[in-house]
Ligand binder design. Sequence first.
Ligand code: CUA
Length: 179
Amino acid sequence: MSLTPPANKIWWNEPVEKAEILWVTLALIWALIMFFMMPVWHVYGKQNVSNEAYRIQPDAYAKKVEAMVAKYTVRQEKGNNQPVVHPPAGSDVYLLARLWEWYPILELENGKSYRLHLSSLDWQHGFSLQPANINLQVHPGIEMVVTVTPNAAGEYGIICNEFCGIGHHTMLGKLYVTK
Ligand code: CUA
């Protein structure tokens, strides 16, 4: 009973059950395997988005996005005011997150590699590309760069998967991949 004090208060002098030692040993070995798998998987797993990150002021980032939008907008998206931007294959492309939208709509070419820049102008957002299921954190003040190579043409959705306030659920973006 936990209500009464144990007869022998010096619990660490009590012999430990064999089964308990066995389980603790197994748990420790498994924990160590999991621990060392983290660096091993980072190098050999081929599923990590290798990334670069830089410090940047939100307005400086917004300027870079606007420069790309001004240069490479090909049309307006039907039904909303977002520009659809088709930058040259292999170039640096910029996407920004803000309350509560992804801007602009990028149109990339299948099989070409791009350096995709991501940052937020206000709060923390979560970049979730569907249905490819690529998930990245998007922070204000940090410009992250990931190399992406689309491998299937189509229309992709970008949802925000980091709660960012009252409009979080409406923060939906789009990305086109042409053939
Ligand atoms: Cu942005 Cu949730």
